[in-house]
Write a protein that binds this ligand. Structure first.
Ligand code: SAM
Ligand code: MD0
Ligand code: SF4
Length: 364
């Protein structure tokens, strides 16, 4: 007879418990992440979609991506933009250029604008982040859209000033919550310092996104550990990306990965916390991979990039951009085929408000 310590670990039983309000624990997560094919995981995806429906209805949001400085002082060995890699497209966009792109994204109808940068020595080594504050302020004033800021690790007072300038969400992905593995990938960086930046952002009143990277030697246990860690912190957004091998980096010769692990984790994240925002990033498999991720319960399509402005993605730096396949209309086509629609800005604002009030921000 099954009892509390030997719960049924069949996919059907785990999904039924999730629908009844009991999220998976470690053994259940391990069982779900061990599924061997997309086909075998269909009951999991159906459950993830049902839980997304209960929170959001038939909507999915869109997020525009503006990688405004691709200079970086760091040596993450998975990243095209690591310091010294001549294969990376390097540029710094001016305030005027960024505002023009943001205006274009807003008129396409994105729900969120993600302002992302490398840890650019001009700001991160001088300590003067004024150009970033001005950019946040100007984009917010021009578009009225909520802003995600992805500046890497910055001091707590800088995060506060980014919030004052008008940012709503701070994104900083740990990639893995296994310290040894972290130090192998984010070479020369401090695990605790990166984690502390997210805590500081929450204290400052920003919503927070954490994320994990798969396909660079991570195990099922590592993925289970990351899911539990992100859930314990109750971050507002959580994501997983599949590693894309990048020219000129130490991991350039690793094989291209199947999206299976990413998609299984995406669905599992929804079972853990039905209300958080999870991602279908165009940066992993571009438009062709969007339906599978949305079918796995993702609630926002990210890395929409405005064409003809020379802006890059992160993992798929150039793919599909100039062809206009990383645009809102292209994404709407995919959503329509799945019987979904794009959420309105009002619906996105309602999610922000609910997420804000869900946390009691600890008094510093
Ligand atoms: N420089 C800031 C930082 O690292 O936090 C902001 C850029 S951050 C949004 C870039 C993220 O893209 C990384 O945290 C990682 O999760 C993902 N990424 C980078 N290179 C990748 C690759 N080759 N394949 C898949 N994801 C990648
Ligand atoms: C994405 N290319 O959403 C973006 C980026 C940064 N906050 C996000 C990795 O995939
Ligand atoms: Fe720099 Fe971010 Fe790339 Fe690491 S992931 S090298 S911090 S841009």
């Amino acid at each position: 007879m099954p009892n509390e310590t030997s719960a049924d670990l069949s996919i059907e039983a785990i999904c039924e418990r999730a629908l009844d309000g009991t999220p998976p624990g470690a053994p259940e997560l391990k069982a779900l992440l061990s599924l061997s094919s997309i086909e075998a995981a269909e009951p999991l995806f159906a459950t993830a979609r049902e839980l997304r429906h209960r929170t959001f209805g038939d909507i999915v949001f869109t997020s525009g991506f503006v990688y405004f400085s691709t200079y970086c002082r760091n040596h993450c060995n998975f990243c095209l933009y690591r310091k010294g890699n001549d294969a990376a497209p390097r540029y710094r966009k001016t305030l005027e250029e960024v505002v023009a792109v943001a205006r274009g994204l807003a008129s396409e109808g994105v729900n969120l604008i993600d302002l992302t940068m490398g840890e650019d020595p001009l700001t991160h080594e001088s300590g003067d982040y004024t150009p970033v504050y001005e950019m946040i302020e100007a984009v917010r004033a021009e578009t009225g859209k909520p802003i995600m800021i992805s500046p890497g690790v910055v001091p707590a007072d800088v995060i506060e000033k980014m919030k004052e300038a008008g940012a709503t969400i701070y994104a900083c992905y740990q990639e893995t919550h296994n310290k040894d593995f972290f130090h192998k990938r984010r070479v020369g960086q401090d695990y605790d310092e990166r984690a502390a930046a997210r805590d500081a952002a929450r204290r400052a009143g920003l919503l927070v996104e954490d994320g994990m990277l798969t396909g660079i030697g991570d195990t099922i246990d590592d993925r289970v550990n990351s899911i539990l860690n992100m859930s314990d912190h109750d971050w507002d957004l959580a994501r997983i990306m599949t590693f894309v091998p990048e020219e000129g980096t130490p991991l350039a010769n690793l094989p291209v990965q199947s999206p299976l692990h990413e998609i299984l984790v995406t669905a599992t994240l929804r079972l853990m916390r039905p209300t958080w925002m999870t991602t279908a990033s165009l940066d992993c498999e571009s438009l062709a991979g969007t339906a599978a991720r949305v079918n796995a319960g993702a609630s926002v399509v990210t890395s929409i990039i405005y064409p003809e402005t020379g802006l890059a993605g992160v993992a798929l730096a150039e793919h599909d951009i100039e062809e206009g396949r990383r645009t809102v209309p292209a994404v709407l086509g995919v959503l329509g085929e799945l019987g979904l629609r794009q959420g309105t800005d009002e619906e996105y604002a309602a999610w922000i408000e609910r997420s804000r009030t869900a946390h009691v921000v600890p008094v510093a």
